[in-house]
Design a protein around this ligand. Structure first.
Ligand SMILES: [Zn+2]
Length: 518
């Protein structure tokens, strides 16, 4: 049956969409479910006929637009700023059903960098233009053909005069085929910009023949005249957005960390997972430093697996993470951190935060002394056999309170980490085959827990520069540790198994790194 007017939520096949996302259907009450559904259908149709829910057309715009779309492009363009020429390239497709996909980018350089990061070849493909609309378009009818004339009128109604003029100038010079990436505001969507495209096809020999019929040779209309004829059909296209502003909001966050730089020193079990969490959080620039290769014995707690054994951990990790997040910049440095401090100190000194996950107290103290005046630091480490994970964050460089403040001397003058839940003076590593093969027993999940603790504090510090110096201790369980014959520290006696405690005011005057001690 034909309805007297088009209504929202009704698709081309006549199906009515009634389900609200997240709604619970009570299968134990089938009769109520049917009655409820019929009532909802009646309401949607009635409101549609009354024009009460016409605003929903805009929310559903892309569903209507893409119903007749015969092309799809991926876009990494920033959907903001003025109308402008953009780069259109072609990359091998993601879906196996297609050979290649069009890639739209702000410029050739960013397209090339992105394609390299997802390990795809790229070749140039015609011309592109970005045209933002000021107001939302009503969607076309199902089955409606889009012609150049009505399309221009549509643009004139919904884009600013200056934008329309910019598009006109571009169109007069563009080579065909060309495509126009369009955006429009849809305030009701989670991502408030809807993107779609229009393709202006090249003029075919057949079209040329028909258009020039009756003209003397060389006097007929030019290809451009033919291409821009009002009745000429355009091709509708769908856009698959892969720009950071589209990809990140699902994490519950605006892409606020894209401009931040974090350097991760130590790409072992903790550092590798932490680096991956920072990439997931959308930290824009990650530098990973580690001079070592991945050892076979560590694959069950490291992010990398057996296929990366005997490879450098830093560059292998970057190679694994980069294609997952091509809009981030992730670089590995297979070098000693002290060497990096000599040859490229800016990698650490100019970072918004340096994450130190080296699992080596001597090196941690050395790095703390070297970086104390230059960069914010976060040390993250764990204690074996499920005992605890710790993270120490410092406030701005040069402030009192640092990793060194945790260290105390015992009666015999030996230095130990006062944050430890293990009593000092115990050898906590185990040996299978002599010194060369000694290890510190902790599971992959404990490494992940430490990485989450350090990752969350890193993100907090990046978002809020005022976060003060603090030590966070996540206490595990004491059982495995004590039944292995080890003793707990005095600090452990004051903490409960399973609790996470935050300690502030850590600064000590006698600290040799940040204190006033001579
Ligand atoms: Zn200190």
């Amino acid at each position: 049956m034909e309805l007297p007017r088009r209504i929202p939520h009704l698709d081309a096949s006549g199906k009515l969409c009634l389900v609200q996302p997240g709604s619970l259907l009570d299968a134990s009450n089938p009769e109520g479910l049917v009655l409820d559904t019929l009532e909802r259908a009646r309401t949607v149709v009635q409101r549609g006929l009354d024009g009460a829910n016409d605003g929903d057309f805009v929310t559903e715009f892309l569903a209507y637009w893409e119903h007749e779309a015969s092309a799809v492009a991926w876009s990494i363009c920033a959907l903001e700023g003025p109308p402008r020429a953009i780069y259109a390239g072609r990359v091998p497709a993601w879906a196996s059903s297609e050979q290649t996909t069009v890639l739209l980018a702000d410029d050739a350089t960013s397209a090339a960098a992105w394609a390299a990061r997802v390990r795809r070849g790229l070749r140039n493909e015609g011309e592109g233009f970005y045209l933002p609309m000021e107001s939302a378009l009503m969607p076309p009818e199902f089955g409606e053909r889009l012609h150049f004339g009505p399309f221009c009128e549509l643009i004139e109604r919904h884009a600013s005069a200056a934008n329309v003029e910019a598009a006109r100038r571009w169109l007069q010079a563009a080579r065909l085929p060309a495509l126009i990436l369009m955006s429009m505001p849809v305030p009701t969507l989670a991502s408030p910009m809807a993107a779609f495209m229009v393709l202006l096809p090249a003029v075919s020999e057949a079209e040329l023949g028909i258009a020039r019929r009756g003209w003397r040779k060389g006097r007929g209309p030019s290809e451009r005249d033919i291409a821009l004829r009002k009745h000429r059909a355009l091709v509708r296209g769908g856009i698959r957005r892969a720009d950071a502003a589209y990809l990140l909001p699902r994490t519950g966050d605006a892409p606020t960390l894209l401009g931040k730089r974090v350097t991760v020193v130590g790409c072992g079990a903790v550092g590798s997972h932490l680096a991956s969490f920072l990439a997931m959080a959308g930290v824009g620039h990650l530098a990973l430093i580690d001079k070592e290769h991945l050892a076979r014995q560590n694959v069950h707690r490291h992010l990398l697996g057996l296929d990366s054994v005997d490879q450098y951990k830093a560059s292998s990790l970057a190679t694994v993470l980069q294609p997952r997040f091509p809009h981030l910049d992730i670089a590995g440095r297979d070098a000693d951190v002290l060497e990096v401090l000599r040859t490229a100190p800016e990698v650490l000194e100019e970072a918004d935060l340096v994450v130190i996950a080296v699992g080596d107290e001597t090196l941690q103290l050395r790095l703390e002394a070297r970086l104390e005046k230059h960069a914010r630091r976060l040390h993250v480490w764990l204690e074996p056999l499920g005992l605890a994970q710790h993270a120490l964050l410092t406030s701005e460089p040069g402030a009192q309170g640092c990793y060194g403040c945790l260290f105390e001397r015992d009666d015999r003058g030996a230095l130990h980490n006062g944050a430890s839940l293990a009593a000092p003076g115990q050898a906590l590593d185990r040996t299978i085959a002599g010194c060369q093969d000694s290890f510190f027993p902790f599971s992959g999940m404990e490494a992940v827990r430490a990485a989450i603790l350090g990752g969350e504090m890193t993100v907090k510090a990046l978002k809020d520069a005022a976060t003060v110096t603090q030590l966070v201790t996540a206490v595990g369980s004491f059982g495995q540790f004590t039944s292995a014959g080890f003793a707990l520290s005095g600090r452990a006696q004051r903490l409960r198994s399973g609790e996470t405690r935050v300690f502030k005011d850590l600064g000590r005057r006698e600290c040799t790194i940040c204190g006033m001690a001579p």
